[in-house]
Write a protein that binds this ligand. Sequence first.
Ligand code: SF4
Length: 289
Amino acid sequence: MIKEIRAKKILSNLKNPDPWFGIKYNMNLYRGCEHGCIYCDSRSQCYQIDNFDIIHVKINALELLKKELSSKREKGTVGTGSMSDPYIPIEKELRLTREALKVIASYYFPVHVITKSDLVVRDKDILQDINRIYGAVSFTITTCDDDLAKKIEPRAPSPSSRYRAMEILAEAGIYTGLTMMPILPFIEDDEENIRCIVEKAAAHGAKYIIPSFGMTLRDKQRAYYYKQLDRLFPELRRKYEVKYGNQYICSVNNAHKLIGKFKELCNRYNIKIVMDKYHGDNSEQLSLF
Ligand code: SF4
């Protein structure tokens, strides 16, 4: 279900740029997400989204964005994709993300996009324009098994199509890589999965992979996840309850071993495990390519 809302603000300011992506201003054009990932943290109580499967479209987002960007004294990376994927299926028709990227390009702000969708390729032209300052696109991939992804991220495009999209952006000179997070305990925490993700990333132009060897679980997010485990992997809920109880950070059992393997593979394929971030108006970003 889609609903229209008017937002009061479209950019939330981070006091300090976040350590992973260097984001200074966070932007969510939609509230809720169509992709339906069973592990989604945005279902947590603290975000106060009653029904995450109803998509709220912020219809005044573009006018707010123009107003807010024009009054920013400090240039910093605008990040999108942390609470809702900017390339959910409805975006194909609404083109809200595309228009927002055009606005950002016109104000010469750097951008970082996180997505699970190949629809981002549609906006390659604007991302190239933004890339004169700094433009990065991170694809979230936690398994390269399309069938498993269909279970855990039921309405998102397959990992195979994300890899293809990444290759197209990489060939267009856009800084791109993976967020390999979360790695779900007892489901995705095997060496073969990590090897497959890294090798495919290398073959499709990834410059970096940012990993997390585990997941977070809390309140409503945990309740939803366990309900989906009961349906999809009935034997696993008990294992989670025994191992993690009410823990928020749930690391995989063999994290140490997997991290070692991951680093070895990234080293072999010359993939960084941290991103190069935007560092001010005189950024040397272009030299990265
Ligand atoms: S794509 Fe991201 S925001 Fe959307 S459901 Fe999946 S994890 Fe949540």
